[in-house]
Design a protein around this ligand. Structure first.
Ligand SMILES: [Zn+2]
Length: 280
């Protein structure tokens, strides 16, 4: 593994990401972020300026944010009730940032799903193992983060398989969830991933933490999108400092608004898919 290619992939993930689209117009959302960032520089023109009504100036009170476990064997099992969210982090692991995120999740007593890039897990197996050891759910995100729709079907299949294998090897466990890089899929690709027994993780709330916004703006945008939807799988990336920085404020605000963070737990399907009968 060459460091250069690793950081090129991280940079690509940072700049392009999935999840293309323009930043949403910022509403009047109030964030508790300022309460946790005393050294925050003067607010920019687009920063949220008002403070959270619920969390401002209170000590963090992280208990009570954790919701139920949901056993998942296939996509249809991920059925969230109102005010339920899933936290998901793509593109890691990376030193420093992933560990900061783990520490915050631990402080709030909640579990997330980490969709690891195979190349990254292979390069940082100890961090990948730490994610598993702390009880989080893992999945893969291809080996080198290509847009699978730009590849031939066979190359796309090889990327998915290599990524899954690398994450499983790095973590010493099965990685049964999968997310498409750039959320770029089609019917054939989704079918191929499902046929491998992997559970596709779609996204309902995109934090857009890959834009070079302030942490406060990322937290505000995420909460605003979530209020609009009521529940959902939240997409974040554990390769960005701003994501690690804003996470305590996001979780504080989620709790203040009565959300629960649910934990997806993979469960082997009761019946194996039927194999094609062989004449021999
Ligand atoms: Zn990604």
């Amino acid at each position: 593994m060459r460091f250069s290619s690793l950081f090129v992939s991280a940079a690509i993930a940072l700049c392009l990401s999935s999840c293309a689209g323009k930043p949403q117009a910022e509403g009047s959302l109030k964030s508790s972020f300022a309460a946790t960032m005393p050294d925050n520089p003067a607010a920019g023109a687009h920063d949220p300026i008002a403070l959270s009504p619920a969390a401002w100036m209170r000590p963090r009170n992280p208990m009570g944010l954790a919701g139920r476990d949901i056993e998942v064997s296939s996509l249809k099992d991920i059925a969230l009730a109102n005010k339920e969210v899933v936290l998901s982090f793509d593109d890691g692991p990376v030193p420093g940032k992933t560990e900061r995120i783990l520490a915050t999740l631990n402080e709030f007593g909640v579990k997330a799903t980490f969709l690891m890039v195979g190349e990254m897990a292979q390069h940082y197996p100890n961090i990948a193992k730490k994610v598993v050891a702390e009880g989080h759910t893992i999945g893969s995100h291809t080996f080198s983060h290509p847009n699978l729709r730009n590849l031939t079907f066979d190359r796309a299949l090889a990327e998915v398989a290599k990524g899954e294998k690398a994450v499983a090897k790095a973590t010493d466990t099965d990685a049964m969830f999968f997310r498409f890089p750039y959320l770029s899929d089609n019917h054939n690709l989704r079918h191929m991933v499902s046929e491998r027994g992997l559970v596709i993780m779609d996204v309902q709330v995109d934090s857009k933490d890959y834009f070079s916004d302030t942490p406060a703006l990322v937290a505000s945008r995420t909460i605003a999108a979530l209020r609009h939807r009521g529940s959902g799988i939240i997409l974040m990336h554990d390769i960005h400092k701003r994501t690690a920085t804003m996470l305590p404020a996001l979780l504080t605000q989620l709790k203040a608004e009565g959300y629960k963070v649910v934990h997806l737990v993979y469960k082997k399907p009761a019946h194996k898919p039927l194999l094609v009968a062989s004449a021999s």
